[in-house]
Design a protein around this ligand. Sequence first.
Ligand SMILES: Cc1ncc(C[n+]2csc(CCOP(=O)(O)OP(=O)(O)O)c2C)c(N)n1
Ligand code: SF4
Ligand SMILES: [Mg+2]
Length: 298
Amino acid sequence: MKRAGIPTEEFLYPGHTACPGCGAMLVARYALKVLGKNTIMNIPPCCFAAVPGTFPDTSLGIPLLYNAFETSAATASGVEAALKIKGKKEKINVVAFAGDGGTADIGIQALSGAIERGHEIIYICYDNEAYMNTGIQTSSLTPMGAATTTNPVGKKGGWRVKSKKNMMDIVAAHDIPYAATVNPSYPIDFIKKIEKAKNIKGPSYIHAYSVCPTGWRCQSELGLEIGRLATESGIFPLYEFENGKCTINYKKKTKDVLEYYKQQGRFRHLSEDFIKEVQEIVDKEWEKLLLKEECSHR
Ligand SMILES: Cc1ncc(C[n+]2csc(CCOP(=O)(O)OP(=O)(O)O)c2C)c(N)n1
Ligand code: SF4
Ligand SMILES: [Mg+2]
């Protein structure tokens, strides 16, 4: 059953130990609402491995397999292959659910291999933009200007000066059947994309915006608002690759980087000039995305 376009059934129950306002919990909650009970989750070390609870208690209503940090996509591939060998008639969704560190850094080789082999798995990266579970260390998805414990602010700078790795482009370069960005601030778009990922033949990749009030030094009750700012500023655009075709799902770019950055303590040390530089990069990336869409639909 759906209410206002959102499935009403829950597979993530109260009682978990995530921080208030944790975006990863919303990402998992929405994804599981669509995927349902016939789902197996493969989870590497990350916040989401720590928060559902310790045996025999769990706030997850589906089976899960904990895997080594670098092996989420490989483990999910193995589960998918094993289910085939066992001749299971009913469709079981095999999901890898990993953080940005576990995806863009240590797990990238396993992810690349799984897509290349064509396993029917749904890989969800919840991107909270740092290694949060071990104390807010920089990952290759930490945004430009952010302070982390490995990029601490000092008199001469110290914060991260590089932009994020573009995971969507990396998976698209594998000719993946389906890849999409999702943001819990846009639940209907989120639900539709998980439905597509569930029904597509072969591997799919979901890149999920995931607010972390603890690591981003922002107010926990502002998570959804901050999420909207991320998309409305073009910092986290909503788009998808469907059999090579790129479609932007939200085209109003009405906010600027400053509005988004000033909500978060991890950016509070930045000068106006630095933020202008970030704005130029975001604008350029947005133009490139528009072109990608135009070219792929020709
Ligand atoms: C091989 C290996 N290296 C390091 C760790 C320590 N470790 C556990 S969770 C974690 C951080 C994970 O970061 P991310 O994937 O971004 O997920 P998040 O914690 O942010 O949710 C690290 C470094 C580990 N468990 N295994
Ligand atoms: S540190 Fe961040 S990602 Fe981890 S549980 Fe807390 S809010 Fe969620
Ligand atoms: Mg992370």
